[in-house]
Design a protein around this ligand. Structure first.
Ligand SMILES: CC(C)(COP(=O)(O)OP(=O)(O)OC[C@H]1O[C@@H](n2cnc3c(N)ncnc32)[C@H](O)[C@@H]1OP(=O)(O)O)[C@@H](O)C(=O)NCCC(=O)NCCS
Length: 371
């Protein structure tokens, strides 16, 4: 019997990430997500995902040096981006540029582990640059040389906005990146593993993952959430608006999850962050509207908020353009995709499921004149 959407099908063994949908727990390599969000940096988490353990100080220093040294894009890539239609969607730009980057990578087709780690470092470091540069290019602003003394999160905000961000903004984005870094066999990671299992190259597997993340049922949901908050615009209208949507059987983006039957643990940390950023800005509006929507959806549908719901108000308050929300998900998830590609290749078997055939059988070819 086939399972629609492969629900509850266990399609791989993995030591990277455990999603416990009944207890609402998320673990990266043995560490609870709340513990990592509170104490780790995104760079440390990337190391953890790829190497399976937390780094020693010197290992982390070397790793960060490697990451920071690989932020720049080849000139040919920047020139190519300058020729893209200015209305191109950032996720489409990201997918195209990541594909093009393989043409400049000397390790492109080398599938040994060391070469794949080098490519994973380049991709993790260059994806933020692609996104920030695209926002600059389409707005006819100058592209900035990446700053080596800033974290990945801090440098991304710097390249995007042209000024060094404050500590709260950097920390908020850093924690959001930690929370999005991996999530077991989510759709984009599964796509990456399916591609990697054919022994194609890491760029091809990453392009498959980016294309999959773009969909509104996956990474695209955070952009839809902020559009809803903006449409509602006022906490007094929130309940009636969402009630009406539910009556009309519309989906409320940022709610529900295939695996979590209780609160998505990432939503908990992002809710706190949304509150903190609101207090800091002196305007509680987006947080208050979010709370009201959450309350309504819970009472009327029994659905919990997922990772995309509060990340929307967080990114909005960080001053990030709406169509960059999903690309930011990709900045973070690149670390998880790479971890899964490496793990797949360590013990590879082609992923090739079967379909339950429901079509016709035993038909005989009909000549064109007789159809
Ligand atoms: C995440 C998601 C795709 C999971 O899908 P799924 O496991 O296939 O669950 P279904 O879409 O079949 O939903 C099951 C039921 O809950 C309802 N439901 C699920 N998510 C809903 C939402 N966000 N708003 C309103 N109703 C929802 C469905 O309409 C369905 O109801 P029905 O049985 O009366 O038809 C789904 O919850 C969704 O589309 N959420 C919104 C998009 C989103 O936030 N994606 C990011 C995920 S991290």
């Amino acid at each position: 019997m086939s399972k629609a959407g492969l629900e509850d099908v266990v399609a791989a063994k993995s030591a990277i990430c455990d999603v416990n949908g009944t207890e609402g727990r998320l673990i990266y390599r043995g560490y609870d997500i709340h513990d990592l969000a509170q104490h780790a940096t995104f760079e440390e988490v990337v190391y953890l995902l790829w190497y399976g353990r937390l780094p020693q100080k010197k290992e982390l220093d070397n790793f960060v040096t490697e990451l920071t040294a690989n932020r720049a894009l080849p000139l040919g890539i920047v020139e190519m981006m300058q020729n893209f239609p200015s209305g191109s969607q950032p996720m489409d730009v990201l997918r195209t540029v990541v594909s093009a980057l393989s043409l400049y990578d000397p390790d492109s087709d080398n599938n040994n582990r060391e070469a794949n780690i080098r490519k994973a470092i380049r991709l993790t470091s260059q994806i933020p640059t692609i996104i920030a540069y695209w926002d600059n290019i389409r707005n006819r602003k100058n592209t900035l040389i990446p700053k080596v003394d800033l974290s990945l999160a801090g440098n991304f905000l710097y390249m995007l906005k042209g000024e060094v961000p404050d500590e709260l903004s950097t920390k908020s984005l850093d924690v959001a990146l930690i929370l999005h870094a991996d999530h077991e066999l989510n759709a984009s990671t599964f796509a990456a593993r399916v591609a990697a299992a054919t022994l194609t190259d890491m760029y091809s597997a990453t392009v498959a993952a980016i294309g999959t993340l773009k969909g509104p049922l996956h990474g695209g949901a955070n952009q839809e959430v902020i559009k809803l908050l903006l449409k509602i615009g006022n906490v007094a209208k929130a309940h009636a608006y969402v009630h009406h949507m539910l009556e009309e059987h519309q989906k409320i983006m940022g709610f529900g999850h295939r695996v979590y039957k209780t609160e998505d643990p990432r939503a908990h940390d992002l809710r706190l962050m949304s509150e903190q950023l609101s207090r800091h800005s002196g305007d509680m509006k987006w947080y208050d509207i979010s709370l009201k929507i959450e309350d309504t959806v819970m009472k009327e549908k029994g659905l919990h908020a997922n990772v995309d719901f509060y990340s929307a108000s967080v990114y909005y308050m960080l001053g990030i353009p709406i169509d960059l929300f999903t690309p930011i998900f990709a900045i973070s998830r690149m670390s998880g995709w790479a971890a899964h590609i490496l793990e797949q290749l360590d013990n590879n078997r082609l992923i090739r499921p079967r379909a339950e055939y429901t079509g016709e059988k035993d038909l005989h070819y009909i000549a064109m004149a007789k159809r």
